[in-house]
Design a protein around this ligand. Structure first.
Ligand code: FES
Ligand SMILES: [Fe+2]
Length: 370
């Protein structure tokens, strides 16, 4: 797992001005709350006083107050009040926690978990259809007992559909397509395949009889960064499913997946329940597979598995992971685990580039990849 990308932290509806929310992402605790202007704030959860969990405290106006001795921190991470020192007291300069950039889009609160300045940050994926009248969105949250990279690889894998989702009539590749390396396109922060599908399964779906317009019959998947995945299933121009997955690695074997599923047909309310049932069923089929992979995490070398042309997209994804390894963005989880319990740690926030005097150590990063 990596610093310096956007991670989904919570649904917008979970983040309130009344009560802070405590979540674990990248093995570390974070606190999320809304200030009086309604802006969502994401801070490192650990109070620098004596280690209280801010997420178990209270929201007081624009601050989150620690449950242990009431120290209050603003959305910028700075300590604003220490009750035991009295009003107007000089506050210690080291009394601050990391605060992370936030974007709230698609009904999800995202945080940039890293210290890159704004101009250098890999982007949050833009869902252009979201909020337009031609498209309808359904959002799901799934807690998956699997490592997020295995989950992303599953989404990039076009061959599994006919085995794992046989009942769904998912688009499948023709035998020729399966034997040929997928035509890959490099995109910013990722790689993509989008091809006409050759199988006949999609003709069998229960939805086939309501299709309109000339057949496109194409589908594809791509990733942007390590944890954002897009899948298009375009039957015709006006019969499409576009699915966007934003994945939060909770730890080495748990992932919270936020799925924004868009469609430009079957828009009436009457279809909502059926569409949601199909999506849940498909995800459930995937979960049974990815939750039982061995090893749990993506192997460090492709020689530990046997890849074939149908795995081209997975090989490209792994190449991208290596690029981010080389940038020094990979968290050394084993070193992190060895220290946790004795040392409170945080993902470095952008403010660390401008000021020193931080109480908590930053997570160990893999400095010598490979
Ligand atoms: S530990 Fe947070 S106020 Fe004391
Ligand atoms: Fe699948």
């Amino acid at each position: 797992m990596y610093i310096n990308f956007w991670y989904p932290m919570a649904l917008s509806t979970e983040v309130t001005q009344e009560k802070p929310l405590r979540v674990t992402v990248l093995c570390l605790p974070f606190v999320i709350f809304r200030d009086t202007a309604g802006a969502a704030k994401v801070l490192s959860d650990t109070c620098v006083h004596r280690g209280g969990a801010l997420g178990l405290g209270k929201v007081r106006g624009d601050h989150v107050a620690c449950p242990y001795h009431g120290w209050e921190f603003g959305g910028d991470g700075g300590c604003k009040r220490i009750p035991s020192l009295g009003e107007g007291a000089q506050l210690p300069a080291r009394a601050k926690v990391d605060s992370y950039p936030v974007l709230e889009k698609y009904g999800i609160v995202f945080a940039f978990l890293g210290d890159l300045p704004e101009t250098e940050r890999p982007p949050l994926y833009a869902i252009d259809e979201f909020g337009t009248p031609e498209w309808r969105a359904q959002t799901f949250v799934f807690d998956v007992n699997a490592y997020y990279e295995r989950s992303i690889e599953n989404g990039l894998d076009p061959i599994h559909n006919q085995f794992v989702h046989a009942a769904q009539g998912q688009p499948s590749l023709s035998p020729e397509q399966q034997r040929t390396a997928l035509p890959m396109e490099e995109i910013p922060w990722g790689s993509k395949h989008y091809i006409k599908f050759g199988g006949t399964k999609s003709e069998d779906t229960a939805l086939a009889n309501v299709r309109q317009g000339p057949r496109i019959g194409a589908a594809g998947s791509w990733h942007q960064g390590p944890n954002q995945l897009v899948t298009y299933i375009d039957l015709t121009a006006t019969n499409s499913f576009h699915q966007y997955m934003f994945e939060a690695p909770v730890d080495e074997s748990h992932t919270r997946v936020y799925l924004v599923s868009m469609r430009n047909w079957l828009l009436e309310d009457a279809h909502e329940g059926r569409m949601a049932d199909i999506t849940r069923k498909v995800v459930q089929e995937d979960m049974v597979i990815v939750e039982n992979l061995n090893p749990i995490r993506t192997p460090d070398s492709n020689t530990r598995e046997v890849l074939v042309p149908g795995d081209t997209a997975i090989a490209h994804y792994r190449d991208w992971l290596k690029k981010w390894d080389a940038l020094g963005w990979k968290i050394d989880v084993k070193a992190l685990r060895a220290k946790m319990g004795d040392v409170a740690m945080a993902i470095p926030s952008p403010a660390r580039r401008d000021s020193g005097n931080w109480v908590h150590e930053t997570v160990p990063l893999v400095s010598n990849p490979g």
